[in-house]
Design a protein. Structure first.
Length: 105
């Protein structure tokens, strides 16, 4: 699993039938900044993820990729590589709160 921030959404009007009705999000994975470990830093990558939870732009989410993305009941028969499996409420590293959803809204 990875922590990622939702940076946008994607609309596709033509897709395989099994994907109709699924919300697609643009997500950018983050990591703990390696030097000071007091903030989150982007990895510089972006992915398209299927969202089954209702995440929105600016939310931090948990994503999983590869065959693990197809292990949820909602995604087991979908041709996907990345799925949102959680919406993050807080991120703590060594007693420091790096993110809190309630203060970000």
């Amino acid at each position: 699993m990875f922590v990622a921030r939702v940076t946008g959404s994607l609309v596709s009007t033509q897709k395989v039938a099994s994907m109709v009705g699924y919300k697609l999000l643009i997500v950018e994975p983050f990591r703990v900044e390696p030097n000071q470990r007091k903030s989150l830093a982007t990895t510089g990558r972006t992915f398209v993820a299927v969202d089954t939870l209702g995440a929105g732009e600016g939310d931090y989410v948990l994503i999983t990729q590869g065959s693990s993305a197809r292990l949820t009941p909602e995604t087991k028969n979908l041709p996907i590589d990345t799925v949102v499996v959680g919406i993050v409420d807080q991120i703590h590293v060594e007693q420091l709160c790096l993110y809190a959803r309630e203060s970000a809204q």
